[in-house]
Design a protein. Structure first.
Length: 124
């Protein structure tokens, strides 16, 4: 059932999932393009995976999974899972603010449709 623990777990899960994606993007931008040579790719990927930002992203993802288990113990999956779609507006806004990505009417409309669908689903 809904209570403050479930709501807090859901909100934190959404924030951590969005944060994971933002950390991945930030590190990809920082690391530069992947080399073409196969041997160089292995070293690139290994050094990439061992950066503090990527390790933090994995930690965020793991913590999100633990909180998600708490949510699933208390809510139906069919109710809880659509709430994860709130990561879309968070990532859209953060990608504009942090990475200077374009905010187009198509992105806003698509994100609005996702949130509208979530609202319809949650009320049903």
């Amino acid at each position: 059932m809904w209570n403050w623990q479930v709501l807090a777990s859901l909100a934190t899960t959404v924030a951590l999932v969005a944060g994971t994606q933002l950390l991945f993007k930030w590190q990809v931008l920082h690391a530069g393009p992947m080399p073409d040579a196969i041997g160089a790719r292995a070293g690139y990927l290994l050094s990439f995976l061992l950066t503090p930002a990527i390790l933090a992203a994995f930690a965020c993802g793991f913590l999100a999974a633990l909180l998600w288990l708490n949510v699933l113990a208390r809510l139906d999956l069919s109710l809880a899972y659509p709430i994860i779609s709130l990561t879309f507006p968070l990532v859209l806004l953060a990608s504009v603010l942090l990475f200077g990505e374009a905010l187009t009417w198509q992105k806003v409309a698509a994100t609005g449709l996702i949130v509208a669908g979530l609202s319809i689903h949650a009320s049903g």
